[in-house]
Design a protein around this ligand. Structure first.
Ligand code: PA5
Length: 449
């Protein structure tokens, strides 16, 4: 096995194979539509060919910009929200040492990557400013629209701090902006200040943008091999082309299963991992599917758990709560490191029966035991296996989920590439903050409070 695998054995008690196969033609048509742009959202399909269309000079430009930041900075802050940071964070967390950031700067191989602009917490920003005050830092400011409030506030604060610390000229060399080619306040600001910039293509939406500079630059700054990530994604791009038959199209099979389960009352999909490093992959996945499908009063609610930790909090609900859920488990076949459980002379903890076993063997038995228990408890289980956690297989997973999400949205009958519902809170917030232009909305909302 040198590729992502989809194991659907534990779906069969809930969904007959023939019911999956009945949808093969429609799913193949949805996949084709992602390639020919014939359906709603057809002008947001740039992500479909990102792995095959990125050029050597584009990769080099990203690597060069990463080298500048890596050379000058102990810490780099990725400023962005939603699709403008989750993909980068998913990959960086998955492929960095869990405790790297705790090491002294002179012992670290890579800059510490921090994230701002994904909340408006005053305490968070204050604590970040305090931390950065003593550090050589840089900023990657990412916003496709260039007008999002959360990152704009964080950037204003961090830019001021950086300029005070190192002066305007040096600050310019430590700030990179990633935004639309011509529109938005961030483009104007970057042009005026003379920052290095990268463009987010018009035809790639935020949550599908991890394989553009939005994800690739922060990932490269973190010391991760973006070429392997892209080549992993390319393998799945090639394996799921418009003429791929349904039987071999893993994202299409996954999309059909989740949609058929949804129709049978399974309204919540829980993405399960057994490695804390995958927490943010699940956050990225939640956004991808939640924003793509949750519209027109439809859509699976994407949830996530980190096992085995959450077996001791959410495990009860999953085992015996309302039967409206199914699970999708991401399983890593081989861990990257080896830790054996030692023998203890006195065996006071009674663990000697595990002596000499790898910790991962115990983790795998927890995984297997949980899967069987949850299936017995009425929870369908889809298993996605990768051989190990590295750039190539993460690239495969990313493209697998993006493709599945596009197909799944079309199967559901929604446009998977817009997010009209995100505007509602923004309009209310602007009205409450009395933003110029919102005078009528301000009066209206205040009358309701
Ligand atoms: O997927 C999306 O389009 C959104 O989640 C955006 O990424 C998010 O709202 C941030 O928008 P922007 O990059 O314009 O600041």
């Amino acid at each position: 096995m040198n590729s992502i695998q989809l194991n659907i054995n534990h779906v069969s008690p809930f969904l007959a194979e023939e019911d999956i196969l009945k949808k093969s033609e429609i799913a193949t048509a949805c996949n084709q539509a992602l390639h020919d742009g014939s359906r709603e959202g057809g002008d947001f399909l740039g992500w479909v060919s990102l792995p095959s269309s990125i050029t050597e000079s584009e990769i080099r430009e990203i690597e060069d910009a990463a080298t500048v930041l890596r050379t000058r900075c102990e810490a780099v802050v990725v400023v962005g929200i939603g699709g403008s940071y989750l993909g980068a964070r998913a990959v960086i967390d998955a492929l960095s040492g869990s405790f790297d950031w705790l090491q002294e700067s002179d012992k670290r191989k890579n800059p510490v990557i921090l994230y701002a602009g994904n909340n408006i917490s005053e305490d968070y920003l204050h604590e970040m400013i305090d931390y950065l005050n003593g550090k050589q830092f840089g900023i990657i400011n990412i916003s496709k629209s260039g007008t999002t409030t959360e990152p704009a506030i964080a950037f204003r604060l961090l830019k001021e701090l950086l300029e005070k610390k190192v002066g305007n000229e040096e600050a310019k060399d430590r700030i990179v902006a990633i935004t639309d080619a011509s529109r938005g306040a961030l483009r104007t600001l970057a042009t005026t200040e003379g920052y290095k910039t990268f463009v987010i293509p018009d035809n790639v939406g935020g949550r599908y943008s991890v394989l553009t500079p939005v994800g690739l630059l922060p990932i490269a700054v973190a010391g991760i091999n973006i070429r392997s990530l892209i080549s992993g994604a390319l393998e799945i791009e090639k394996a799921t082309g418009p003429s791929t038959s349904f039987d071999y199209n893993l994202p299409a099979i996954y999309a059909v299963i989740r949609n058929e389960l949804y129709k049978r009352g399974k309204k919540i999909e829980i993405l399960v991992n057994y490695h804390p490093k995958l927490h943010y992959l699940a956050e990225w996945w939640k956004q991808l599917f939640g924003e793509s499908e949750g519209k027109e009063l439809m859509g699976i609610f994407p949830a996530a758990v980190d096992f085995t930790a959450d077996l001791h909090s959410m495990g009860q609900w999953i085992q015996e709560g309302e039967r409206t859920i199914f699970e999708t488990v991401i399983s890593i076949k081989h861990p990257n490191e080896k830790v054996l459980i030692p023998r203890d002379e006195r065996d006071l903890d009674g663990l000697n029966y595990l002596k000499g076993k790898r910790v991962d063997e115990v983790n795998k038995m927890a995984e297997l035991g949980t899967r069987v228990a949850h299936v017995d408890g009425g929870v369908p289980n889809i298993l996605i296996e990768i051989p190990e956690l590295n750039e190539k297989y993460l690239g495969q997973l990313i493209y697998f989920f993006e493709k599945a999400c596009g197909i799944s949205g079309y199967l559901l009958g929604v446009n998977p590439f817009n997010q009209p519902g995100v505007e509602a809170y923004k309009n209310n917030m602007f009205a409450l903050l009395e933003k110029p232009g919102y005078e009528e909305a301000t009066k209206a909302i205040k009358a309701r409070l």
